[in-house]
Design a binder for this molecule. Structure first.
Ligand code: CTP
Ligand code: MG
Length: 182
């Protein structure tokens, strides 16, 4: 595969894990998951992790995965990139669910190290959902995972994801959807 094909397949394969964060920003609000509970005087997760945002994020990512599945054969034909994958049902759920839970785990860690909601922790903020999505996908269907996320694809995912994440968050900040640009 040439570089463009690797980047295209990496982006396609991760889209169901990328979109949940953005959907959560748009849909977030309402009761926080931790219900205001604290641990050692600090919030368990904080007000930035809500039921509404999480459920909408997973639903949005799964819906997108199904839409990509519907389009995959045509895209393979038109682009000639045979490696454009289809998402089995377990993966349709695992990618967005893993992404949201990875992000929630990162908030748990951030509160434990005394970072307020919205505080930036470089690295953790950009990769939490990637690690969560990949771990859940590997657990849900290891055969599909190893076939799809080859080493070159994984390398590209780790390079493009932080760039895309910083870019979309900056746009969300400019649009007034997020309070901070990260
Ligand atoms: N959001 C949500 N539920 C989630 C994830 C995100 O409702 N599971 C919404 C919240 O409105 C949140 C916004 O999306 O403020 C941005 O998400 P994120 O940057 O992950 O949260 P932060 O507010 O930065 O909080 P934290 O410091 O815990 O990451
Ligand atoms: Mg944040």
């Amino acid at each position: 595969m040439d570089v463009i094909a690797v980047v295209a397949v990496a982006f396609w394969s991760m889209l169901p894990a990328y979109v949940p964060n953005n959907v959560a920003v748009l849909a977030g609000g309402g009761p926080p998951i931790d219900g205001g509970r604290t641990l050692g005087g600090r919030r368990l997760l904080g007000d930035g992790k809500t039921w509404r945002g999480t459920i909408a994020g997973v639903a949005g990512g799964a819906t997108l995965a199904l839409a990509l599945d519907a389009g995959a054969p045509a895209v393979r034909d038109l682009s000639g990139i045979d490696a454009v994958p289809e998402f089995p049902l377990a993966i349709v759920v695992a990618l967005p669910l893993g992404a949201m839970l990875g992000d929630i785990l990162a908030s748990f860690i951030k509160r434990r190290i005394d970072r307020e909601r919205g505080a930036a922790v470089p690295g953790l903020d950009q990769l939490d959902f990637v690690v969560g999505a990949l771990a859940f996908a590997a657990a849900a269907d290891s055969g599909w995972f190893t076939e799809t996320f080859t080493v070159p694809i994984l390398v590209v995912v780790l390079v493009i994801t932080p760039i895309l994440h910083l870019g979309t968050n900056y746009v969300a900040y400019l649009l007034g959807l997020k309070d901070v640009p990260w």
